[in-house]
Design a protein. Structure first.
Length: 288
């Protein structure tokens, strides 16, 4: 079996679509279909159940997916060990991230790696979960930093050590600005609330958003902070993203305290370039 074809197979297994997989790995759909057909002929087994809208793996396909991932990982590790010259490690790393003070974990890991491999370059773009999933799935970024629980069926995940605290941004001259904590069900029920566009269900665990008057939504917190400055509402967001010292805004945390976990994620079943694999290992060591 050709390792390249195995990587094609894993792409189809991940995307559950020949057209999406072909787009993700930058080959034509007929070529991809032919390669998978040849692989099935070579093995004498069907690897996919082909539905009208999506694909699913057969039992044999599930087994091959596991073994292919192991084989490709071993091949990558072997290549890294054989080449071994640190001066050959170079390239760009593209990361998408939600706005968070915890990005320091990523930048510190990169700085440490760059001290050994100076020809590495880091590019960070901001976005919310919806933006980042699209970019990651379509190969526009290599890695993403996301909040909450990621989809582990699609992504490999490293839990980062930093957790962001949730609270409210409001005007400094607001009557509630002197509070040490915000009790959502006491302080906000009759107030216009501005939340992240991905918010659904609860404001914080056990406190349903349906109970509040939602005055607006946002995807990046800076613009939401301007909404708060102009008295359009009270902005639910993460601490430290907006610098409030010497401004018209204050941040007050929720009570009970609620912190969001962050994860570094990347697509499953893909062979990473050496420099990105090294960066992932650096992140993993910092997270332990």
């Amino acid at each position: 079996m050709d390792l390249r074809v195995l990587s094609y197979f894993l792409a189809v297994a991940r995307e559950e679509s020949f057209s999406k997989a072909a787009s993700a790995i930058h080959i034509s759909q007929p070529t991809l279909s032919r390669q998978i057909g040849d692989l099935e002929a070579e093995l004498g087994k069907k690897l996919f159940v082909r539905g009208t809208r999506s694909l699913s793996l057969t039992d044999e396909g599930q087994l091959l997916k596991k073994r292919a991932q192991e084989l490709l990982s071993l091949a990558e590790k072997t290549e890294t060990e054989i080449r071994g010259d640190m001066h050959e490690i170079s390239g760009n790393i593209y990361i998408g991230a939600g706005e968070t003070y915890g990005i320091h974990t990523v930048t510190q890991a990169f700085k440490k790696l760059q001290e050994t491999y100076p020809d590495l370059y880091l590019h960070i773009s901001s976005g919310d979960g919806r933006d980042l999933s699209y970019q990651l799935d379509n190969g526009l970024i290599d890695l993403a930093v996301v909040f909450g629980e990621p989809d582990r069926s699609r992504y490999e995940c490293i839990t980062l050590p930093y957790q962001d605290r949730m609270g409210i941004y409001m005007r400094r001259d607001d009557p509630m600005a002197e509070k040490k904590q915000i009790l959502p069900e006491k302080d906000l029920l009759d107030k216009p609330l501005i939340v992240n566009r991905e918010s659904s269900g609860d404001l914080i665990p056990g406190v349903s958003l349906a109970r509040f008057r939602i005055a607006g939504t946002y995807n990046l917190l800076y613009n939401a902070s301007l909404m708060a400055e102009d008295s359009l509402g009270y902005v639910a967001g993460l601490e430290h993203i907006i610098h409030t010292e010497g401004t018209n805004l204050v941040f007050i945390p929720f009570a009970p305290e609620y912190r969001l976990r962050m994860s570094l994620i990347y697509k499953k079943f893909q062979v990473m370039p050496r420099h990105i694999a090294l960066f992932i290992e650096e992140i993993r060591e910092m997270a332990e």
